[in-house]
Write a protein that binds this ligand. Structure first.
Ligand code: SF4
Ligand code: SF4
Length: 165
């Protein structure tokens, strides 16, 4: 059958000589390549014992921020979830009760806020969409785990520690 490009390369199959049949040049070439790499600076590191310095633009784990008085900034407006292309964010809003003014900055807050880290692609759109400067991807790498359910991070992992801790 004619090829689409109509190009054809005829390959000539030469018989192997004695050295080629013994594979000696190929083995010697392989050993030389291996030896050369012994004296080169390794390009890999022993993660997690060693860690590379991240770029300033690195996006790591999310953190839900508190304001200067230690109150949670998030008002559960849902804009981060709406802008998330991976549909990784879910939340349940609640109304701030009397006596909770020191906990939540706005009258509405996120009683439940969850991010599925297996879905997240760390694009940073949630950070950009937030009108309250409540979410930033300024954390570390999300650590490995065994179960899918352990990658759904709730407020216990996401909210910044209180100011007095
Ligand atoms: S970083 Fe991107 S993918 Fe991850 S939760 Fe935010 S918007 Fe969704
Ligand atoms: S993190 Fe920001 S965008 Fe997301 S619900 Fe809270 S206030 Fe709204």
């Amino acid at each position: 059958m004619e090829s689409l490009s109509n190009k054809r390369k005829v390959l000539e199959v030469k018989p192997l000589n004695f050295l080629e049949r013994a594979y000696l040049p190929a083995i010697a070439g392989g050993l030389i390549t291996t030896m050369k790499h012994f004296f080169r600076k390794p390009v890999t590191i022993s993660y997690p014992e060693e860690k590379r310095e991240f770029s300033e633009n690195f996006r790591g784990m999310h953190s839900l921020k508190r304001d200067e008085d230690g109150k949670e900034r998030c008002t559960a407006c849902g804009l981060c979830a709406l802008s998330c292309p991976a549909e990784a964010i879910t939340m349940t809003a609640a109304e701030r009760q009397k006596g909770e003014e020191h906990l939540y900055r706005e009258e509405k807050y996120a009683a439940v806020y969850e991010i599925n880290m297996l879905r997240c692609i760390f694009c940073g759109l949630c950070e950009e969409a937030c009108p309250k400067e409540a979410i930033y991807l300024d954390g570390d790498i999300v650590p490995a785990d065994y179960l899918r359910k352990d990658f759904i991070y709730g407020k216990d992992k996401l909210v910044e520690a209180p100011l007095n801790q």
